[in-house]
Design a protein around this ligand. Structure first.
Ligand code: ADP
Ligand code: MG
Length: 474
């Protein structure tokens, strides 16, 4: 998968010049992040990390990933409505994983009370790597689907003109013109706007539920701007604001500081550290409300690693998407090997196989946000320790994907310029809106390419490992 700029990659003076220009272009285009030192102020900002050059992506796999996204939207939505499936699938996990158990408790509580919410909005991102098979042909393999707080749909569109500029400076104008247009945040906003409209209170606002530490605010501002451009009011609040000032009115309408909230868009709430007792109470209040939650708690649970693993069992997709054999086939074609560690012979067997050959697998807990998975020797040690204990059921095992590395420069503030062997992960954004039983929107509005040095097994952009990139189709 050689890119047509291999010839200049080792020309150090040219690369230094291009990197300096790229950083300025990124700042001008708004590829921004707040700093680690001042994560909640915009007085000092820096560029979000990105690759100097686009990375090659096989065109057929890129197209395959787009072609399956609407199927994944339907699947996630179907799982979220299937109480029995979620209950059965997560039964073993919630016995040992407190975080999933608490989410599940809210899910149960809300269903027992009866849903006040009638409009549903899903924004997800399905992530893939390109597995290099023995014959040399790469295959699209899903890493996971993020059903809550899927990020970088904003900053990725601002990275594109930076890469176009770099290619032009290097004398690759033709290649620059071939980079695909990409603006996921517009599509995300269209989904939010549709949900807001169907909610049916023109004076109600959209509430972004944001973290205490907000380094990635500029990415969120891109979506906010799209909403303001459509004359939809946006407010930003934290769980603790909801705890202090949120309330339910007639028909379980949600009010914040006296304003009615039509849509709650979570960019928070996906890891245990987001919650203390008050935040759990705030989450419950939001879930009980009539407001459109993006995602509602059932959709968040549909994105757990345990659900992903159960989907790979023969017959599961068919039962979730009855009468849609083509969608099932498209979805299944992207699956890597996934294995349950539930107690019993099947789990014993795969645990033994992973201990014997840890480099074939990744051990994943029910966590999001990067940096939680176990690989190699560490995988072996942990699995050996828990192999006979029910604790193992809080994890799943997955085949390790082995992509073909490509050379690139990862640009990061305060880091020296260095040529690195890199691998990329492609994410496709999905957006859907359902009113009662009727799907009124189902789209795949854009993509995200993230690239990291091969020496890092794990970690996303927010975790400081991967950087923003742009696909160059080959
Ligand atoms: P998270 O929810 O923390 O983002 P992921 O499943 O996306 O969890 O894993 C985090 C990172 O670990 C991915 O971005 C990827 O770099 C790496 N990774 C995950 N699964 C695999 C796999 N099966 N093979 C190779 N790398 C993987
Ligand atoms: Mg991930």
């Amino acid at each position: 998968m050689a890119a047509p700029w291999e010839d200049v990659l080792r020309d150090t003076p040219a690369m230094r010049e291009a990197a300096a220009l790229a950083v300025d272009a990124a700042l001008l285009q708004g590829v921004l992040m707040r700093t680690e030192g001042e994560p909640n102020a915009s007085d000092v900002v820096n560029f979000a990390p990105f690759t100097l050059l686009p990375s090659p992506v096989p065109r057929a796999l890129f197209e395959q990933a787009y072609a399956v996204q609407q199927d994944f939207n339907l699947l996630v939505d179907a799982i979220s409505q299937n109480k029995e499936f979620l209950e059965r699938t997560l039964a073993s996990t919630i016995k040992v994983d407190d975080f999933t158990a608490r989410l599940f408790r809210i899910h149960t509580q809300v269903l027992e009370e009866g849903l006040a919410q009638a409009v549903f909005l899903g924004i997800n991102r399905s992530d893939y790597m390109f597995d290099c098979g023995p014959g040399g042909a790469a295959a699209l393999r899903q890493i996971e689907i993020n059903t809550i707080a899927a990020s970088f749909g904003g900053l990725t569109s601002h990275t594109l003109p930076v890469h176009q500029r770099v290619l032009k400076v290097l004398g690759k104008s033709k290649e620059a013109s071939q980079l695909l247009p990409n603006n996921p945040s517009e599509g995300l906003a269209l989904g939010i706007a549709k949900a807001w409209e169907l909610y049916g209170s023109p004076s109600a606002v959209v509430m972004f539920l944001v973290e205490e530490v907000q380094r990635n605010i500029f990415d969120q501002r891109c979506v906010e701007n799209e909403l303001w451009n459509r004359n939809i009011r946006v407010i930003r609040r934290r769980f603790r604001d909801v705890f202090a000032k949120g309330s339910l009115g007639e028909g379980r309408r949600l009010y914040m500081d006296g304003q009615e909230v039509a849509v709650v868009y979570y960019r928070e709430g996906y890891v245990p550290k987001n919650y203390d007792q008050q935040n759990w109470e705030a989450r419950l209040l939001l879930e009980r409300s009539r407001a459109v939650k993006c995602p509602d708690i059932a959709t968040q649970l549909a994105g757990t690693k345990k659900v992903q693993q159960e989907l790979s069992r023969p017959g599961t997709l068919e039962s979730l998407l009855p009468g849609r054999p083509e969608a099932v086939a498209r979805i299944r074609a992207t699956f890597a090997g996934l294995y349950s560690l539930d107690m019993g012979a099947e789990g014993d067997k795969i645990a033994a196989a992973a201990i014997a050959d840890p480099d074939r697998f990744v051990l994943k807990p029910q966590r999001e946000g990067g940096g939680n998975n176990l690989y190699g020797e560490e995988l072996r040690q942990v699995l050996e320790k828990i192999r006979d204990s029910p604790e193992r059921t809080s994890y799943i095992l997955m085949d390790k994907i082995k992509p073909q590395p490509a050379l690139n420069y990862l640009l990061r503030a305060h880091s020296p310029l260095r040529l690195s062997e890199c691998i990329s992960e492609l994410g496709i954004f999905g957006v859907y809106v359902r009113q009662g039983k009727e799907m009124v929107m189902n789209t795949a509005p854009g993509h995200l390419l993230r690239t990291k040095a091969v020496e890092h097994a794990d970690g996303g952009v927010a975790a400081g490992v991967a950087v923003l990139d742009t696909p160059y189709l080959v």
